[in-house]
Design a protein around this ligand. Structure first.
Ligand SMILES: [Zn+2]
Length: 81
């Protein structure tokens, strides 16, 4: 639960930087640089996403809250090959 709280605080502060550009269309324009793979559903996620978790010092990005919650509950399951 502590981890979730920290992530929430991080997400809030990160989100505050982008409050004026919070739409899907705008973030697409902003983030043409790089993408990471959502470990849960294997979708490509822009590195500017604020849906992220850190597990074993490695940062993971998610396409949506659902995937992030699944990962937070059981990271090992999604990191196994
Ligand atoms: Zn996903």
């Amino acid at each position: 639960m502590k981890t979730t709280l920290i992530i929430c605080i991080f997400a809030l502060s990160f989100g505050a930087l982008y409050t004026s550009k919070d739409t899907e269309a705008n973030s697409l324009v902003m983030l043409t640089d790089s993408v990471k793979i959502d470990p849960v559903c294997k979708m490509k996620v822009k590195t500017s996403s604020n849906l992220k978790s850190t597990y074993q010092k490695q940062e993971y990005l998610f396409c949506g809250k659902g995937c992030k919650l699944k990962f937070d509950k059981n990271p090992e399951q999604y990191l196994k090959k």
